[in-house]
Write a protein that binds this ligand. Sequence first.
Ligand code: FES
Length: 222
Amino acid sequence: MSGMREGGWYPLMLSADLEPGTVAGSTVQGRDLAVWRDGEGQAHVWDDRCPHRGMRLSLGFVREGVLACLYHGWRFGADGRCVHIPAHPDLSPPGTIRAAPLRVAECHGLIWASVEEDGPLPEVDAAVWVPVRSLRIEAPWQDVARAVGIPDGHRAAVLERDVEGRVLAALLPVREGACMLHLLAAAPAGVERLHDLADWGQDVRARAEERAGRVFLAGGVA
Ligand code: FES
């Protein structure tokens, strides 16, 4: 078992879960984000708020390599700058109109975003990681980290498990009392091993949520 050096980087989602030309939502510690992939395959992460009137950009769509807002169709290029306003098609939008991009890294089969400034990139591991699944768990991420075997103070680790083999477990703190657990297996990974790992993830979720429920009830009684 070894913890990864994450710096200010957070594992948002499995790379496999974001197709080119699509957009999805994510949340880090209560901060909502739009995660999208352009036609070249490059991932982008922005605050989930349109600079025009605050519509969620994660509800938008990708057209011709840029992200368009669902509400009035303003389009934003990879650097976040507005490149087109449908109501004023001849206008060249001022450079001050822009979405708020975060730093992005894609490695270990995951899309990471740097929420804090100037943290080092996540350590690169030479293994090829096969995506297993992501689970939302209604329990504090620190409790899930402990249950999974991620060392204290880390959000991700490579684990050596008897049955499932080498596993990369990465946690995203969504908000207080909720997190996402991403699981990946070191290649080569047969179907049976992937199933075992997915089952293990579900066990982790069930136990963590049961414990969180007990703690909540105990707190309520007190
Ligand atoms: S709110 Fe996004 S284009 Fe108007």
